[in-house]
Design a protein around this ligand. Sequence first.
Ligand SMILES: [Zn+2]
Length: 461
Amino acid sequence: MPQPDAGLETHLVATRDARLDSYKALLRIPSVSALPRHAADCRRAADWLVALATEAGLEHAEVVETGGHPIAYADWLHAPGAPTVLVYGHYDVQPVDPLDLWTSPPFEPVVVGERMLARGSADDKGQVHAHLMAAGALLATRGRLPINLKYIFEGEEESGSVNLDSWLTAERDRLAADVAVISDTGFFAGNLPAITLSLRGIMFAEIDVVGTAVDLHSGMYGGTVQNPAHALAQVIAALKGPDGRIRIPGFYDDVVPLSDADRAALAALPFDEAEYQAMLGLPALVGEVGFSTLERRGVRPTLDVNGLWGGFTDEGSKTIIPAHAHAKVSCRLVADQHPDRVFDALKAYVEEITPPGVTITVRNLGGGLPSLTPSDHPVALAAARALEATFGRAPVYIREGGSIPVSASLDSILGLPVVLLGFAPPDSNAHAPNEWMDLGNYETSIRTIARLWDELADLPG
Ligand SMILES: [Zn+2]
């Protein structure tokens, strides 16, 4: 077991002010990837990180072209026999509007109490910066790192990661590693240290029901033809039962069952169901029978209608049978469901249950894979020890209902197990006005990361 490193701690205490200045300098670059007018800023952020990685003592630091916003890459590979970890973070940020809700300009970072307030402070520049600071502190005090490290800092995470998969595929050899650590998640309610074990995938589809070429007079034709809006309503109603179970045959076939230990860990999380319901302002919570609210939110697959339209929706009345009706439907998926297989099952079922007299088409609008890391993976266990040693309490294991597509890509393209070790406070306002990072989390995360690399040095490479 690694011992606390007094030299590292002394160095980190002595360099704190300079480190905060450097963190602020990164936050001042408005690297909004979704807006073309910020393309040069994205490149500037990548250049800036490459310079910081070089200054930290990392090697092969370079801005790598992807066809879109570049990736900042660096590595350090002088620990033969020790594991190689691929670290992922992103330097791009979300747009900042509505600007008038910010209490200070989003790209002029300010420290208020223990908070660093700026766009990207938590998601994800603070975490990227902490990784480079950890490597720099280890190299400054020991002259070496305990393991081999490869860093990729993406510039398109907030705009769909459109060029990432092809880049990962092309660079498969250079990116070979034993495990990936993604730092782009957060702590649990109450700022509890957390390791995220799973993320849901997604499948998007559109259902189009067509009857006649134009709307029909409901007096002249009503009673003789199928109404596309009714037909669509029947199809939608048949997708889910009153017990919350999705009725698409085969939908649950690939779902990895929850172990008793997984369920016990979820049940032990501090979660107030009444407060959750009150926060939503709803008369009741509903969902699949036999599963708790946290299970339904994080580890069970779902199906939701995202939009529904057709016919006459303006003021007043119009006696028609609409010519067509449409719905957008999406499913959140869990391991080992595959978006294409789920789409095929949805399409086959919808075609089977469509009432006569209309034509139906089901279109695949895309998707992403789910990801799952077992809680007893050696790197997850090492991360738990590192969190406990530095934050002073054992982490909770959380399962996120949302999706981070890069997690599935690192798994499916590079064949890497993924550990999601993120340090953002749970209420960091990521993607919203007044995003902030807890400076205690930021400072301690540097110790956690250094400690994790020490923990991993003992594992076989
Ligand atoms: Zn992020």
